[in-house]
Write a protein that binds this ligand. Structure first.
Ligand code: 6PG
Length: 464
């Protein structure tokens, strides 16, 4: 009898199954079409990896209570797989969805299985194919009673943070694991867009080539800005196209695609009233890249002397602070979701899960973990001493990047959003007083006063 089963032998499922096997657990594998299973079997089958070729054979090969991980495309395929599996499952079995499922789908499936006595776990997995093989960051949510049975294996196969702690921990009820993965992906969108914008500033306002920018990213990656996304951006910028010999990045069409997890985060931010402006800017920048009218370029760019490279360290500071805003907005939404959905999320544990293995891993996440360790219910990351100091020391550099980009006509929507967020979040004089007056003027929507409690309305129109 095998200890665990993995369904879906595309690259993520295959690599996760191999990771499980390499860590000494026996695994059965299954794929809806047999070629993929055959391929895995021909290379890796042994007493710890058993290929199976029907739903029944797969399920029956597993020790009870069965632990089954689905590594398949989110959406309809998950519901179809569930329908195939259901007849063979028994009470107490544990079904795990390791894909990027929408958290409301996971809520629904978790509730459906709960009624059948089958335990359902929505497992966010990050780290791409290499992570799945060598140690992903894992965000399991759902049936808490099943977690004890899963944690020994999960802790072995997960990435380890710089202190050697596994990057996996129980997140919370129902679809909360997939929710946390969705927030991870939104932060990922924000960080990626910020890196793209600083790349654009460096190439257009300083006139730097890809190699110079790659070198600079490498420098940044060896300091406070250390982050997986910065390090891969440096490598990407050094890569040559083997067809033309040009820099790879220069032959890639500048239109962004997306599978939509960042968009989902934005949808729920709107439901919750979470001001995740950097992530919104990143989502919209992807839309904009496909809508930009490329054959009507207006000749309106200012012609300025190139910026001196003395400013580059300040740009690095701005990137560091703006990336912290992307994280802060993600954690702000997590806190609002935790309250709205009654999930009791543990933010320091989430930061720890993200410290290694995942796409948004960075040095900053250790500082975030420490901030939430000190104050578990911190309302805003920028209230923590470390991030207050960061804001005070780097805000002028963030202003500088936005100002310079503006002067050169370079769009920096994510940097601008990060700056406006920081200018707004600690601000007792936002102009919402005028807005309230406008609402009351045209719609008698009422307002509150700053000098006494209560709800007020003014007769704004002069008597005839
Ligand atoms: C990860 C990534 C991954 C995500 C891709 C693509 O954590 O390993 O977040 O899950 O699917 O990054 O996302 P987009 O296609 O939306 O850019």
């Amino acid at each position: 009898m095998q200890q665990v089963g993995v369904i879906g032998m595309a690259v993520m499922g295959k690599n996760l199954a191999l990771n499980i096997k390499h860590n000494g657990f026996s695994v059965s594998v299954f794929n809806i079409t047999r070629e993929e299973t055959d391929d895995v079997a021909s290379k890796y089958a042994d007493e710890n990896l058993l290929p199976t070729y029907s739903w029944e054979e797969f399920v029956k090969s597993l020790e009870k209570p069965r632990k089954i991980i689905m590594m398949i495309r989110a959406g309809k395929p998950v519901d179809e797989t569930i329908e195939h599996l259901k007849p063979f499952l028994d009470i107490g079995d544990i079904l795990i969805d390791g894909g990027n499922s929408y958290f409301r789908d996971t809520n629904r499936r978790h509730a459906d299985f709960g009624r059948l006595g089958i335990k359902y776990i929505g497992l966010g997995v990050s780290g791409g194919e290499i992570g799945a093989l060598n140690g992903p960051s894992m965000m399991p949510g759902g049936d808490s009673s099943s977690y004890a049975a899963l944690s020994p294996m999960f802790e072995k196969i997960a990435a380890k943070n710089p202190d050697g702690i596994p990057c996996v921990a129980y997140i919370g009820p129902e679809g909360s694991g997939h929710y946390v993965k969705m927030i991870h992906n939104g932060i990922e969108y924000g960080m990626m867009q910020l890196i793209c914008e600083i790349f654009d500033v460096l190439r257009k306002a300083l006139g730097w080539n890809n190699k110079q920018i790659a070198d600079q990213f490498e420098v940044w990656n060896s300091g406070d800005l250390q982050a997986y996304l910065i390090s891969i951006s440096s490598k990407v910028l050094r890569k040559k196209d083997n067809i033309t010999g040009k820099d790879m990045v220069d032959v890639i069409l500048n239109e962004a695609s997306y599978k939509g997890t960042g968009n989902w985060m934005l949808e729920d931010a709107i439901n919750l009233g979470a001001p995740i402006s950097v992530i919104a800017a990143a989502v919209f920048a992807r839309f904009m890249s496909t809508l930009a009218i490329k054959d009507h370029v207006l000749d309106d760019k200012p012609t300025l002397a190139k910026i001196d490279s003395d400013l580059v360290p300040a740009f690095g500071n701005a990137l560091y602070l703006a990336q912290a805003v992307s994280y802060a907005q993600g954690f702000q939404q997590l806190k609002m979701a935790s309250q709205a959905y009654d999930w009791s999320l543990n933010y320091s544990s989430i930061a720890q899960i993200w410290e290694s293995g995942c796409i948004i891993r960075s040095k900053t996440l250790t500082d975030i973990r420490n901030a939430f360790n000190e104050k578990p219910q911190l309302d805003n990351l920028f209230l923590a001493p470390f991030f207050t100091a960061l804001r005070l020391s780097h805000l002028s550099d963030l202003r500088l990047v936005v100002a310079k980009a503006g002067a050169f006509g370079i769009p920096v929507p994510a940097f601008s959003a990060a700056l406006s967020y920081l200018e707004s979040i600690f601000n007792s004089s936002l102009p919402a007083n005028l807005l309230q007056a406008q609402r009351d003027y045209f719609g008698a929507h009422t307002y509150r006063r700053n000098d006494k409690p209560g709800i007020f309305h003014t007769e704004w129109y002069d008597e005839a």
